[in-house]
Ligand binder design. Structure first.
Ligand SMILES: Cc1cc2nc3c(=O)[nH]c(=O)nc-3n(C[C@H](O)[C@H](O)[C@H](O)COP(=O)(O)OP(=O)(O)OC[C@H]3O[C@@H](n4cnc5c(N)ncnc54)[C@H](O)[C@@H]3O)c2cc1C
Length: 312
C-alpha cells in the first residue's frame, strides 16, 4: 500500500487541504527540514481531533506541531502527515480569572489578551511566539538564572497556571484531567514523555487580578526577549540543575562555533540561528559540537530540548 492510499481517510475528510510533498523548512522558524509526505493545517479543535483520528485509523504516522520552534525536521523529510494546529478559537472567560484556551493559540497573544482584562501571571509568555500546545508540552518556563535579564526574581512555568487539561488520548477519546496528570517537570511533561501519543486539545488557566500598569511593565520587559525577525530555534539545551546552559556555552567558547549556515544566536546563545540556505544536518552537527565542547571544557553534559523529527 503506498502512502497516498494509507492517507485515504484523511483525504476523504479534508480533500485537497491535505497537501502532498510539503517542504517543512517553510513551517519552522529555524527554516530547515525536508519534505513531509503530507501536510494539513487544521483550524479548529474538531478538525484536530478528526485529523489525528483519521491518521491513526489509516496507520499514517503523524506529528502535531504548533509554531514548530522546537522541532528540527530532518533533511530527508517526514514519512507521514504533519498536522499544523491553528485551533486558536476564542478564549472563553469562565469567571473573572479562569480561561479556556485552544492548543493552537499563540502563547504571546494569550499573554497580551488576558492583560486587557487586568489578568496577570502569564506575562513571561510575551517573549515567545509558539503555541499553547508546544508551550505546555515542554512546560515553558523562565527561571531565576535567566530572569536577571528582565529584573524579576520569581521563576514561572506555564503549567503552574494550569487548572484543567483536555486531551485526545491514545484511544482517540477526549479526556479532561487535573494538572497533576501532566507530571510537569523542568522542560518536560507527560505529553513529551509519552512520545506524542497524547494530543493537547485545550488548557484551562487560573490567572490573577493584577494592576494593569504592573502587567504592562512586565509584558514590555519580556517582549524585549522576543526575536520575531530571526530564523531562530527554541532553547537547544535544557538548563542543568546546577548552572544554566547559556552560561556554560559562553564559558566554554562554544558560542562561537558554526557549522555551514547554522550558528548560535548572539543575543541568546542557547538558541540556534540559521542564515541563508541552512541544512538540518548542519543544525544537528552544530548542536553535537556545542555539547562536546561544553563537556570538554566545563564537564557538563547538556541534554536536548529540541525534538528531532523524521529520518536522520
Ligand atoms: C524565541 C523563543 C524563546 C523561547 N524562550 C523560552 C524560555 O524562555 N523558556 C522556555 O522554557 N522555553 C522557551 N522557548 C521554547 C518554547 O517553550 C518551546 O519552543 C515552545 O513552547 C514550542 O512551541 P511551538 O508551538 O513552537 O511548538 P512546536 O515546535 O510546534 O512543538 C513542540 C513539540 O510539542 C508537540 N506539540 C505541539 N502541539 C501539541 C499538542 N497540541 N499536543 C501534543 N503535543 C504537541 C510537538 O509535536 C513537538 O514535539 C523559546 C522558544 C522560542 C522560539
Amino acid at each position: 500500500m503506498n502512502s497516498l492510499q494509507r492517507s485515504g481517510t484523511l483525504v476523504d475528510r479534508f480533500g485537497s487541504r491535505v497537501r502532498e510533498h510539503e517542504v517543512m523548512r517553510d513551517h519552522t522558524p529555524l527554516g530547515v527540514g525536508g519534505v513531509a509526505d503530507f501536510f494539513l493545517r487544521v483550524e479548529s479543535i474538531d478538525e484536530l481531533i478528526d485529523a489525528v483520528t483519521c491518521a491513526r485509523e489509516s496507520s499514517t504516522p503523524f506529528t502535531v506541531i504548533g509554531g514548530g520552534s522546537q522541532c528540527v525536521f530532518s533533511d530527508f523529510g517526514y514519512p507521514g502527515i504533519v498536522i499544523e494546529n491553528h485551533a486558536s478559537g476564542h478564549v472563553c472567560a469562565i469567571n473573572k480569572s479562569q480561561i479556556i484556551v485552544e492548543s493552537g493559540a499563540s502563547a504571546r497573544s494569550l499573554a497580551f489578551g488576558v492583560a486587557s482584562h487586568d489578568l496577570g501571571g502569564l506575562e513571561f509568555l510575551a517573549s515567545y511566539s509558539g503555541s499553547i500546545g508546544g508551550a505546555v508540552y515542554s512546560n515553558y518556563m523562565v527561571d531565576n538564572r535567566t530572569l536577571h535579564t528582565t529584573g524579576f526574581v520569581r521563576s514561572s512555568a506555564i503549567n503552574d497556571y494550569c487548572k484543567k487539561v483536555t486531551v485526545l488520548n491514545k484511544q482517540s477519546e477526549i479526556v479532561t484531567y487535573n494538572p497533576s496528570w501532566l507530571r510537569s517537570a523542568r522542560h518536560t511533561t507527560r505529553l513529551r514523555t509519552q512520545s506524542r501519543e497524547t494530543i493537547l486539545l485545550t488548557m484551562t488557566f487560573q490567572l490573577f487580578s493584577s494592576k494593569k500598569e504592573e502587567i504592562v511593565r512586565k509584558l514590555s520587559l519580556y517582549s524585549a526577549q522576543h526575536f520575531p525577525d530571526k530564523k531562530i530555534s527554541a532553547m537547544v539545551f535544557i538548563d542543568p540543575l546546577t548552572t544554566s546552559a547559556h552560561k556554560v556555552i559562553v564559558q566554554s567558547g562554544a558560542h562561537k562555533l558554526r557549522v555551514g549556515n547554522a550558528r548560535l544566536c548572539k543575543e541568546s546563545p542557547n538558541r540556534i540561528q540559521t542564515v541563508g540556505d541552512a541544512q538540518a544536518a548542519d543544525v544537528r552537527a552544530l548542536i553535537d559540537s556545542v555539547r562536546q565542547r561544553v563537556f570538554d571544557k566545563c564537564n557538563v553534559m547538556l541534554e536536548d530540548a529540541l525534538d528531532y523529527i523524521g529520518e536522520w
